[in-house]
Design a protein around this ligand. Structure first.
Ligand code: SF4
Ligand code: SF4
Length: 373
């Protein structure tokens, strides 16, 4: 039965049980990955102890603006979304596909090492869970199944963390992707720092998750504790920034000649940063290279972006020569044509493209200008 958004049963662990959870995951063969501080930003990387987490830090984000700020408590997950998304592990920026040797003419597909990987993602935000489920549709559900992605996904254990605060660029509430995780996790945590204790509420999404809860010093959460956590999550969902998703897909498709596309094109550097940080963007290219004496050739897959000049180059020319057409393609794909293609929007409201655009182009403002005027 629902209680402040929680599905029963809900357990409570003290904050120092986090180390026991990490240890249990590692003992079960998982490589634990989570948020750390690196280069003055929160990013995802390998973690082995809770000391690796950005404890006591938060981030302030805005258009073309990001900085870390010390909190006045010891929250493990007291920040918003990290600079990078989980796609760097699920869909690495570069991967060797195969090699061809001149002497044997044998084409050797690169070993599918990913099928044996066991990753545990620690601290997946609700919007990121949705992003992973969107990439699942792209890479695992179509006739063009990506074996590498599917292999990593198969061995993945997800520890979600509900949001108890929102950044200035977050708009997950309007996209219906946050601030509370409902599905697609093995475990879901809500961090609570009360005057006299620091604890997590824990939900499990399946039997595998439940087996890890049984290994922790967990008690059943009281209704009052669920109410406290539910209030924190509800407060995080009171975001001022929003996109009206019911009307946007249709309006965007109908306004391909809106003058705002020209205005934003004058600012856009076509650098592609927005697509690199976006947790759902998936475009790639292939690149062939040979060794110096030409004894073998290697084909590699690399992330690409619809903002690069060569992306739309085909026999006969380039069908997106201008920054206007490239920016318009990106936004209309995310928030309109993606629905026809994959049955879901391609944006989860994480706000990364706003924060990390070097000139502060703000997808929310642009969509509002184009759909509301
Ligand atoms: S919108 Fe911003 S991040 Fe994206 S390509 Fe243009 S300048 Fe770069
Ligand atoms: S388009 Fe921007 S806000 Fe939407 S999911 Fe991508 S990075 Fe996040």
């Amino acid at each position: 039965m629902a209680n402040n958004g929680f599905e029963q049963p809900v357990f409570k662990i003290q904050s120092d049980e986090m180390q026991r959870l990490l240890d249990a995951l590692r003992q079960n063969g998982y490589r634990t990955l989570g948020p750390i501080i690196k280069d003055e930003a929160i990013v995802y990387d390998e973690i082995s102890t809770v000391g690796d987490l950005p404890r006591g830090w938060t981030d302030e984000q805005g258009p073309a603006s990001y900085r870390l700020v010390k909190r006045n408590d010891d929250a493990y997950f007291g920040f918003n979304v990290p600079a990078q998304s989980w796609k760097k592990f699920l869909y690495p920026s570069e991967r060797e596909l195969f090699r061809v040797r001149r002497d044997s003419r044998v084409q050797s597909p690169s070993e599918n090492r990913e099928s044996s990987l066991k990753y545990a993602f620690i601290g997946v935000r609700p919007c990121e869970l949705k992003a992973i489920s969107i990439q699942d549709r792209v890479f695992t559900s179509t006739e063009y199944k990506d074996e590498s992605y599917s292999g990593i996904r198969h061995g993945l254990f997800i520890v979600a963390v509900n949001c108890t605060s929102s950044g200035d660029d977050c708009f997950c509430a309007s996209m219906k992707t946050g601030p509370m995780a409902k599905r697609h996790f093995d475990l879901s945590l809500t961090e609570v720092i009360a005057p006299s204790e620091h604890y997590f509420l824990v939900e499990h999404g399946n039997e595998l998750g439940a087996s890890f809860v049984r290994g922790l010093n967990a008690t059943e959460a009281s209704e009052a504790e669920m109410n406290v956590a539910g209030d924190l999550i509800e407060r995080a969902g009171k975001q001022t920034r929003r996109i009206e998703i019911d009307r946007t897909p249709e309006l965007l498709s109908a306004r391909l000649d809106h003058p705002e596309w020209n205005v934003v094109a004058k600012k856009c550097l076509t650098c592609g940063n927005c697509t690199l940080v976006c947790p759902t963007c998936f475009c790639s290219t292939v690149e062939d290279t040979t060794d110096l004496i030409g004894s073998f050739a290697t084909r590699r897959r690399k992330w690409d972006s619809c903002f690069t000049l060569d992306f739309a180059k085909v026999a006969g020319g380039n069908f997106r020569m201008t920054s206007r057409s490239r920016y318009r393609q990106w936004v209309t794909h995310k928030l309109s044509t993606w629905v026809e293609q994959f049955g879901t929007l391609g944006c989860v409201g994480c706000g990364r493209c706003i924060t990390w655009c070097p000139v502060g182009i703000d997808i929310i403002s642009e969509v509002q200008k184009i759909t509301e005027t």
